[in-house]
Design a protein around this ligand. Sequence first.
Ligand SMILES: [Zn+2]
Length: 148
Amino acid sequence: MPHEEDYTILQDGTVWRTKGTTASVHPETIQSEYGHTLKGSYSYHNHPAKSTHYSMSGEDAGFFLEYEVQYSQASDDRYIYFMERTPETLLAKYEDVTGRFREILDGPVREMEFYGHIDPDTDEYHEAMKQLSQEYRFRYERVVRNDR
Ligand SMILES: [Zn+2]
């Protein structure tokens, strides 16, 4: 798929399909425009091969934390990754999370790259997500797709 699409299952059992662009999709409209709460929802979206960073983005994590999504999975042409809330997961604002994600990328992740500890092509966002998930106390994992 050359563009992003999101499928979200709400707590009330309804399923919502949101179409996005090549670089982003905005399922927050389910709540902001249509008035259905995203709290406790389960979602999946794809990242097109041409625009993926091989992990969740800061925007994905900000959305997940601010709207209290229970489980968010995404995939691209190489990996599957997911975020899951736990009872310890912190509440946070979208802008704070995206800002912190950027700080982690520009600090510790740049340093890991400088010392050759990670592959800059596939691991920048993955490393930033690992650190972000520790700070905000949610579960984050990435696995290689099995169909390759
Ligand atoms: Zn995404």
